[in-house]
Design a protein around this ligand. Structure first.
Ligand code: PMP
Length: 356
């Protein structure tokens, strides 16, 4: 890799990852409890997917798989497209994105704003699987094209194994504790598998809970069932990266409950987060209810709310029987741990081959 390109990757390393962790207190069943949350909306384009996009592009460039001016083509439900569009352009690559046509218009406009070419795929054309097929056909025709293949590329898990996982461990150590459990809604599964494997390397008893929408449970059924509004997770099939045998119970959260919790997080503590953040927070509360109120449960807020301004996140959502959000009270931030507060970053933190 030439030094100009290496420089660009170094700039990107300063803009992605090393996100703050908040210890959030809440009251449930009359007790004060806490959940630890990585604030992933602090990444360059506002989502956790920047980590994966940067890690895949860096590792694949280093392996000689991406030449100068090579087009990056990917199937995505939004955040990945935004991440590749931004990072790809910064590195000088044309970017082509295939995306289902039912996702929020903010996502489409954002991807276009970075100069990427976007092709929308309808349910009749195969929906999500259609996007993957079309990306592969496009790459085949084009020749000089790189397919990150986020659903099957192990570098997606490794991004989290080498960055999100160590960050969580060091930030918890700064607070004098260790994770008992990690909860993450599953899109590609990169987050739960990568963070999970890293945490398990240090503690084989840590619980790893994948999360899915209760009203569209792909992981527990193996195929697409119904529809849901938690954009970014449960994309119609179980991705190759997801190894359910390495994970614990699948947690289920209703999409309406997730929307109500995302709204509550914004209005109570000022973190304007997306719908999957509400789902993850509810999943963490459920995990804590199973493991005991003192247990250290970690999750993440994958993105912010700006991509959802035209969606049901901004609507009045009726409370249904069984929803947890109305029972969660008195949300407040107890502590925020920034990565720069921490001087114990070890060689295992290997973003871009660089010990930060
Ligand atoms: N939430 C949002 C908003 C996302 O965009 C994604 C990624 N599709 C996820 C959660 C799930 O992350 P992962 O792909 O690592 O499973």
């Amino acid at each position: 890799m030439d030094s100009a390109r290496k420089n660009l990757f170094e700039h990107l390393c300063s803009l992605i990852g090393a996100t703050p962790m908040a210890k959030v207190a809440y009251t449930y069943k009359g007790e004060t409890r806490h959940v630890h949350v990585k604030l992933e909306h602090y990444n360059l384009t506002g989502s956790v997917k920047d980590r994966m996009a940067l890690f895949i592009l860096f590792s694949s460039t280093r392996k000689g798989l991406i030449g100068d001016n090579c087009t990056i083509a990917e199937a995505t439900s939004g955040n990945t497209g935004i991440a590749f569009a931004s990072i790809g352009r910064l590195l000088g690559h044309p970017v082509k994105i295939f995306m289902p046509d039912w996702l929020s218009p903010e996502r489409i406009n954002l991807i276009r704003s970075y100069g990427a070419d976007i092709e929308l795929v309808s349910a009749e054309e195969g929906g999500f699987k259609g996007c993957i097929r079309k990306a592969e056909e496009y790459a085949e025709k084009k020749g000089t094209c790189f397919l990150p293949s986020q659903f099957s590329n192990e570098f997606n898990c490794k991004a989290h194994y080498h960055t999100t996982g160590p960050e969580i461990r060091h930030q918890l150590a700064h607070l004098g504790c260790e994770a008992d459990a990690f909860v993450a809604g599953v899109g590609t599964g990169g987050t739960i598998m990568g963070v999970g494997r890293y945490l398990r390397k240090h503690d084989k008893n840590v619980k790893l809970f994948p999360l899915e929408p209760a009203n569209s449970p792909t992981l527990s059924t193996g195929h697409k069932v119904g529809r849901h509004r938690i954009e970014g997770i449960s994309d119609e099939f179980i991705p190759d990266l997801v190894k359910l045998e390495e994970l614990d119970d699948i947690l289920a959260v209703d999409d309406g409950d997730a929307i109500l919790m995302a709204k509550k997080i914004a209005s109570a503590i000022g973190f304007g987060v997306g719908i999957s953040s509400g789902a993850n927070f509810l999943g963490a509360i459920k995990a804590q209810e199973m493991l005991g109120k003192e247990s250290v449960v970690v999750t993440l807020f994958p993105d912010d709310n700006k991509k959802y301004l035209s969606t049901d996140l901004m609507q009045d959502i009726p409370v249904k029987e069984g929803y947890l959000t109305p029972k969660i009270e008195n949300l407040r931030i107890e502590t925020v741990v920034k990565m720069r507060d921490i001087d114990l970053i070890k060689e295992e933190y290997t973003f871009c081959d660089k010990t930060l």
